[in-house]
Design a binder for this molecule. Sequence first.
Ligand SMILES: [Fe+2]
Length: 386
Amino acid sequence: MHSPLELRKFVAPEFVFGNGARFLANRYAKNLAAKKILIVADKGIIKTGMVDELCNLLDESSLEYDIYSDISSNPRDHEVMDGAQLFSDSQCNFIIALGGGSSMDCAKGIGIVSSNKKHILDFEGVDKVHIPSPPLICIPTTAGSSADVSQFAIIMDTEQKIKVAIISKALVPDVALIDPYTTLTMDHYLTANTALDALVHSFEAFVSNASSPITDLNALDSINLISHNIKPLLNDLQNIDLRSKIMLSSLEAGLAFSNASLGLVHAMSHSLGGFLDLSHGECNAILLDHVIDFNFISETDKYLKIGKIMGINFKDSEINNQKELIINHLKELKKACGVTSTLKKLGVEEKDIPQLAENAMKDPCIVTNPRRPTMENIEEIFINAF
Ligand SMILES: [Fe+2]
């Protein structure tokens, strides 16, 4: 347990949470001196009609805009560079990202490339961005990535086939407009996977060796909200109260992980996602209980706190049983969310594991994992999740 006297900082953007928050975009853009806006939104979001809704708002305020939508679910380096080219060609001075983690991460990348005039991959790692981005408003439409409040962006290096983590205060948006109504368009699969991503964010932030009393508060409440509301939501996808609770849990998870960072699940999941272009939430969910099996010994008290918040009764159980109770509870939760896959079913081959482990060892998220793994440890965890 860390002492509250240890130095810790907490970075968060201005954010508005609640019904109708998305309708404030034009007002904020005007206040932040927008002249011409680049809207960054993928094609799936355009189909929902939410981009039209945003354009109408900007028209009402006589704000000019252009739209960039060539964004994959794991945003690529060249997509960021193309977006930055459009930002420059269209003489934009402002960005609004509307969408899930991929649109928001791509928008963040476009922002720092535009201001620093460098290639996106030059920013890999911690604190490598020297010039701030143009003003950025994020409007999330999923409840999981929390890119709208975090200082992270994850971009695919298409040549190396790895996901690159960029961590910098320059990636914290100026404003996040967090409106639970936007998440009503998500289907069962996306709702489950994004919520499980948020759950993993909170788990990893809570046991991170950079955690603090403030990130712990957010992480624990987020785990409480997700673990008790995700199953009811998956049976009632149009329930706005449940959508709001999961959106709030994602926000809290984002505040926690943006400041306490993540751990081994994300390091391994970034490696997997880059190598095989897999769903981030699903990779995390598959790996979580296997990483807990490895980490438990280093942060036992914290894992027990998480277990209690999720409703596990540890009465009279031995330490090894306590670990099993948490792992079994998570397996049951994952099953109820429809995550029953394994790495093998996702197309991972055993011969890939050494390379996957090597890439995971280089990921910045590994630094804050409570237990330092060796290459062999990571290979073993991959095999356990096979
Ligand atoms: Fe994540």
